[in-house]
Design a protein around this ligand. Structure first.
Ligand code: ATP
Length: 216
């Protein structure tokens, strides 16, 4: 990313949420929005929204709110929305197939361009218009297209072995859907999404915390 601005991670995580809502507002011709309106729409309290926006130098005026166009162009730049980020997916099983069929580009500028698998029955086919290549093509394809993000939907047992191959390419980020904990060099980031664990901890939270405390 060319944007030099360093914003807190928690704020950065909320940006796509704000961005999506502001896009809808802009399309409907709205020119300004108050933090209360934003708060209601994205379900983030307005004090947090005001603090988040203060990091971008967007200071809402009392009784006026925020300028939708200004915020939108700021977010587009910060979220790299002008550039398409190409993503590769490894493991075309049930979860991998669902992700390939899901149209990510509808709301943001990331696109899965290749899939890889070691099952000969899957290689050479397309899933959701995305071609599936054999694992022998992995390094070549990723380097050729300078792919920086990979999604792992393989069995946990092979996740580290494949990660070791990915870190030798241009890949800077791995979205790990397997339960395996991955070891990577400091130049590579891992975002771990373990759906089973998340569901389990969510059930724990809804059973153990009172209604007035938000679940984050
Ligand atoms: P399916 O129903 O297609 O078997 P699944 O999600 O139940 O899918 P998994 O065993 O989790 O099956 O495997 C996910 C995908 O990862 C499968 O398509 C499988 O062929 C692929 N896979 C397994 N081992 C490797 C590997 N070493 N390299 C690349 N892909 C692999």
């Amino acid at each position: 990313m060319s944007e030099p601005l360093k914003i807190p991670k928690a704020t950065a995580k909320r940006l796509p949420l704000y961005y999506r809502f502001l896009q809808n507002l802009y399309r409907s011709g709205k020119q300004r929005v108050s933090s209360a309106e934003l708060s209601e729409a994205v379900k983030v309290d307005s004090a947090t929204i005001r603090r988040d926006f203060s990091y971008f130098g967007a200071l809402g005026k009392k009784g006026y709110g925020y300028n939708v166009h200004y915020l939108l162009s700021f977010f587009r730049k910060t979220l790299n929305q002008d550039e398409l980020t190409k993503v590769a997916l490894i493991g075309v099983g049930n979860l991998g197939t669902a992700l390939l069929k899901y149209n990510f580009t509808k709301n943001n500028n990331t696109k899965i361009v290749y899939a890889f698998d070691n099952n000969v029955e899957k290689i050479g086919k397309t899933v959701g218009d995305i071609p599936v290549f054999g694992m022998d093509q992995l390094e070549k394809k990723l380097k050729e297209d300078e792919i920086e993000v990979a999604i792992l939907t393989v069995p946990a047992t092979v996740a580290q072995m494949i990660t070791d191959r990915l870190v030798k390419t241009n890949v800077k980020g791995i979205v790990n859907f397997t339960p395996a904990r991955l070891t990577v060099p400091s130049t590579v980031s891992v975002h771990h999404i373990d759906l089973a664990v998340e569901l389990q901890s969510f059930v724990y939270f809804i059973n153990h915390y009172s209604d007035d405390e938000p679940i984050v």
